[in-house]
Design a protein around this ligand. Structure first.
Ligand code: GLP
Length: 261
């Protein structure tokens, strides 16, 4: 895992967006895996800026989102469909038919999940997957104890996640209890992954994911098994890392590092 620590959320977001832009410039028809939540909003803002000011082109991009709340329609302001439209899709030139987001309102979840997995495969697999991390260490909605081999399916949200996400709803009871989510196994098949975390409230999850044992109790720890993960952190999220000095030392040397290290 490569650990990049930036002083601020804005710097972290710009650095991560640069990796996405580099991917789109080298592979214009890249397949992106996209995430929701407050964490990636800065990356999306920067991608929109790059599209508007520097012509970053999404015309051949395909995207697959990680998850969606069960029961929320596409136009519900707290649905992930709505979030993606507002934060990214309506501002860039990605063709609507290339956008895939799990359905929160299908009448056959089992069939939908199998189809979603198939579509990812048919599109050639995910080139670059963006991820945030929940305060309980989850990725997408793979709550603690999710199988590390899991595929797209329905998950019951943990109380911690419901409490965390209640800030977006009028009251806690409005937060859906179920979500449809890519599995940990699905995520690990992406060719490269960017994990983002900011804020002191993520520091415990970050240290467990990066330096703790690989365990289904912290599903982000499964990323340790993946050969191409860059972890972008702001300073408060990185604060509890035991090897922080080492990561920063590596980061400082990186531009001059010999090829292959
Ligand atoms: C939800 C999403 C995750 C996200 C997490 C953290 O649970 N399913 O994909 O990483 O929230 O959200 P935030 O970025 O708002 O802290």
């Amino acid at each position: 895992m490569e650990i990049i620590v930036q002083e601020t959320y804005e710097e972290m977001s710009r650095a991560a967006a640069k990796v996405v832009a580099r991917m789109l410039n080298s592979k214009p028809n890249a397949v992106l895996g996209l995430a929701t939540g407050s964490t990636p909003q800065g990356v999306y803002r920067e991608l929109v800026r790059l599209h508007k000011n520097e012509g970053l082109d999404f015309s051949q991009v395909t995207s697959f989102n990680l998850d969606e709340y069960v029961g929320l329609t596409k136009d519900h302001p707290q649905s992930y469909h709505y979030f993606m439209h507002e934060n990214l899709f309506k501002h860039v030139n990605i063709p609507p038919q290339n956008v895939y987001i799990p359905s929160g309102t299908t009448d056959n979840y089992v069939a939908f999940c199998a189809w979603y997995e198939r579509r990812i495969e048919e599109c050639g697999g995910i080139d670059l997957q963006l991820l945030g991390i929940g305060s309980d260490g989850h990725i997408a909605f793979n709550e603690p104890s999710s199988s590390l081999g899991s595929r797209t399916r329905i998950k019951t949200l943990a109380r911690q996640t419901i409490a965390d996400n209640a800030r977006f709803f009028e009251k806690t009871e409005d937060v859906p209890i179920y979500a449809i989510t890519m599995g940990v196994g699905t995520i690990l098949e992406a060719r490269s992954i960017l994990l983002l975390a900011n804020g002191a409230h993520k520091a415990d999850a970050v240290v467990a994911a990066i330096e703790g044992p690989v365990t289904s109790m912290i599903t982000a720890s499964a990323l340790q098994l993946h050969p191409d993960v860059i972890c972008f952190l702001d300073r408060p999220a990185a604060d509890k890392l035991k090897m922080l000095d080492y990561y920063q030392w590596v980061q400082a040397k990186h531009p001059g590092a010999p090829q292959g290290t």
